[in-house]
Design a protein around this ligand. Structure first.
Ligand SMILES: CC(C)(COP(=O)(O)OP(=O)(O)OC[C@H]1O[C@@H](n2cnc3c(N)ncnc32)[C@H](O)[C@@H]1OP(=O)(O)O)[C@@H](O)C(=O)NCCC(=O)NCCS
Length: 155
């Protein structure tokens, strides 16, 4: 397994990994459970769009895990330099490769990237139902600072 910089041609496969991986652990999915598709779009369409946003914001902050020429996971990051905080908006590993330590390696890689950029803190979020995320992030030194409730209303 190697970790390399993102290239724009990776985007479709990163989106495919995302929409499979975030089934059951995304806010967009929760919205769909209550309201069904919105504006003719499902949660996968909305979630995949996050990758467009991450790539537009900081393409050099996206790192891709590759095995034998196949993309098997990724992590996206961006930096709030004035605040000294690095953000990790998205991380996902292909289902066949989960639970083998790759998520941990990608996060450590991102944290190293932040340190090299002179940042002092890192931020990541997860949902209460995401037990793997909660375990993994805390085991990497992240400490819980707040819980947030997302509300959606029909208009
Ligand atoms: C979250 C994710 C990126 C982690 O990547 P990964 O390669 O599977 O993670 P790792 O193998 O490095 O570590 C998983 C850890 O969770 C632990 N774990 C596995 N199942 C668990 C469970 N049900 N409850 C708590 N911990 C669990 C493992 O033991 C391991 O911890 P350890 O290293 O202390 O033993 C990956 O599982 C994924 O893509 N999930 C779906 C998308 C997602 O949830 N993304 C993050 C949104 S915040």
């Amino acid at each position: 397994m190697q970790i390399r910089e993102y290239q724009p041609s990776d985007l479709p496969v990163l989106k495919a990994i995302t929409t499979e991986a975030f089934d059951g652990v995304s806010i967009d999915g929760g919205i769909e459970q209550l309201y069904g598709p919105i504006a003719g779009r499902d949660w996968r369409w909305r979630k995949a769009r996050h990758l467009d946003e991450d790539a537009a914001r900081d393409p050099r902050g996206i790192f891709v895990a590759e095995e034998g020429g196949q993309v098997i996971g990724y992590i996206t990051t961006w930096q709030d330099q004035p605040a000294g905080i690095g953000h990790i908006p998205n991380i996902a590993i292909h289902r066949d490769y989960r639970g083998q330590g790759l998520g941990r390696l990608l996060i450590e890689y991102a944290l190293d990237h932040f340190r090299k950029s002179g940042l002092s803190h890192a931020k990541i979020e997860t949902l209460v139902q995401n037990e793997v995320g909660q375990h993994l992030y805390q085991s990497l030194g992240f400490r819980e600072v707040a819980r947030q409730i997302h509300f959606v209303a029909e208009l």
